[in-house]
Design a protein around this ligand. Structure first.
Ligand code: NDP
Length: 511
């Protein structure tokens, strides 16, 4: 392999362990070098953010939202510059950098900026018994939110979370992945150019230890996106400190293809859903369960469409770019090798491409079985394993036979049936006749079940999750005392018991 990414133990930083070298995964070219922040530096960044956040929290929500829009405008104005870096550091195509990163952030910022005042307005609670009292919940910024981000969407994931947290009145300290630090620093540069308080949003570059230091630095909440293994460590560290933690983790999205699916749309969707961003998407189509009556025709179409994909250096006009991290490439290669050894057939692809750069052929595997690693473990690369099933019930059962549950997909021309199947699939989001896209719909919750997530992001409730919920109750009459206060007596006991029977009227029920 010519290109080594910084997570590789073989990568040699120019200035020892205290720095990280960022490289272009398509060419191996060095793009830059960033420092590894120490625990003290992380703690100092959080302390500065905390000071800035106190003033920011006092700014009315509508004004905060208006000011955050300047950040959105800066990103939009300098879109080409950001796309260029996303392509060079992340290995993704220009279309993916635009459609899956920039558009997502810009739209999310606009959506929440417009609605934040309403979403974060106090919520009255009508008490069902005590009409002399009034309750409401109000939303108070948590303080400083630590965002720990992965390398596969180095702009849309951390900036989406950062923008929501800022609108909610928080400060943010971001620890990007060591694989894609330059994009995070570019985001900070754009932020600094738009007149927002400088210390309110900060970036600390480094490796896993810097992320761990961020959790220990006194932050008030962690929003983590990454693997299940790291997510467990992060959740445990947050639990130790009793700070709230949102964790968005791995996926193994099943796609169920029914006998009545529109095969042309299905094949187009699956090819894009499995290979977009070189398959490095937590929602990627990671396993296909195709009804036996359509399996062969579906495979034929998928292979034909895959054969037409252009792969190469994403600075040119291609459909599939480079993978981002050499270790991930090795994992993908191993998954395919093991699947083939266990009896899977390579219908197309199946190997690394070229001498330099981190490319893996868009790969379709058929004759897969549920017990193969390729059907059970996250691949996170451009590989689509397909399995023939006898019935839709079998497909649902196999789809649910997983420790992960982020996204799932159902293909059928019968929308009602699609809805019924979708409701039986154990995933946070199930799309009928589509793939991937709801991460880009900020009004919908981004949520996983099983080991795919702890909590959720996006949606109105996702914005509220970045605040403390505080409850206030006001007595509207304020007489001398309540009946349940001291002194206790037989008389008040009798009145309360009579009240209980009057209100809840026990009925004689038949066994
Ligand atoms: P990792 O879990 O390896 O890393 C995620 C982040 O955590 C990185 O910034 C990493 O730093 C940091 N980190 C590593 N160790 C620790 C630690 N002990 N304490 C705190 N932070 C730490 O994930 P990847 O970056 O490899 O991302 C790929 C994974 O992310 C896949 O499983 C994918 O499914 C998942 N993902 C989930 C999404 C979702 O929305 N559910 C969306 C996108 C990806 P460093 O990189 O410097 O080691």
């Amino acid at each position: 392999m010519g290109a080594l990414s910084p997570k590789s133990s073989e990568a040699v930083p120019l200035h020892g362990d205290a720095s990280i070298v960022s490289r272009n995964p398509a060419t191996g070219q060095i793009l830059g070098e960033v420092p590894v922040a120490s625990s003290d530096e992380v703690r100092a960044a959080v302390a500065r953010a905390r000071v800035a956040q106190r003033d920011w929290a006092a700014v009315p929500v509508a004004e905060r939202a208006r000011r955050v829009l300047a950040f959105r405008d800066e990103i939009t104005t300098r879109a080409e510059e950001v796309i260029d870096l996303l392509v060079r550091e992340g290995g993704k195509t220009r279309s993916e950098a635009l459609g899956m990163e920039l558009v997502v952030v810009v739209d999310l910022a606009t959506y929440f900026a417009k609605r934040a005042e309403k979403i974060l307005a106090p919520q009255p609670i009508s008490l069902h018994l005590l009409k002399n009292k009034k309750s409401y919940v109000h939303f108070v910024p948590r303080g400083v939110v630590g965002v720990i981000a992965p390398w596969n969407f180095p702009l849309s994931i951390p900036l989406g979370e950062t923008i929501m947290a800022l609108i909610a009145g928080n400060g943010v300290v971001l620890k990007p992945s060591e694989i894609t630090p330059l994009i995070a620093l570019k985001a900070k540069e754009l932020y600094d150019a738009c007149g927002l308080p400088r210390d309110l949003f900060q970036v600390v570059t480094g490796r896993g230890a810097t992320g761990a230091a961020l959790i220990e630095s006194g932050v008030d909440q962690i929003v983590f996106t990454g693997s299940v293994a790291t997510g467990k460590k992060v959740a445990a560290a947050c639990g130790e400190r009793l700070i709230p933690c949102i964790a968005e983790l791995g996926g193994k999205a099943p796609a169920i293809v029914c006998a009545d699916a529109d095969l042309e749309r299905t094949a187009n969707a699956l090819v894009w859903g499995a290979f977009a961003n070189s398959g490095q998407v937590c929602a990627s189509v990671e396993r296909v369960y195709a009804h036996e009556s359509v399996h062969d025709e579906l495979v034929r179409k998928i292979v034909e469409k895959t054969s037409q994909l252009r792969q190469g250096d994403p600075s040119g006009e291609v459909d599939v770019g480079a993978m981002t991290w050499d270790r991930q490439l090795e994992t993908v290669e191993e998954r395919v090798k093991n699947a083939v050894a266990a009896g899977a057939r390579v219908a197309i692809g199946g190997k690394r491409r070229g001498e330099t750069g981190m490319f893996f052929d868009p790969t379709v595997l058929t004759e897969c079985r549920q017990d193969m690693d390729v059907m059970r473990k996250e691949i996170f690369g451009p590989v689509m394993p397909i399995m023939k099933v006898r019935s839709e019930d079998d497909a649902i059962q196999l789809a649910n036979d997983s420790h992960l549950g982020l996204c799932g997909y159902v293909f059928t021309k019968d929308r009602e049936k699609g809805r019924r199947i979708a409701e039986r699939v154990e995933c946070g989001t199930v799309m009928v006749n589509d793939v991937l896209f709801t991460y880009g719909a900020p009004e919908t919750p981004w949520v996983g079940v099983k080991q795919s997530a702890l909590g959720f992001t996006h949606s109105e409730d996702g914005l509220r999750e970045l605040c403390q919920r505080r409850h206030v109750n006001v007595d509207r009459i304020a007489g001398k005392k309540e009946i349940w206060w001291y002194p206790y007596s037989q008389k008040t006991f009798g009145r309360l018991l009579a009240g209980l029977r009057l209100l809840f009227r026990p009925k004689r029920r038949r066994a």
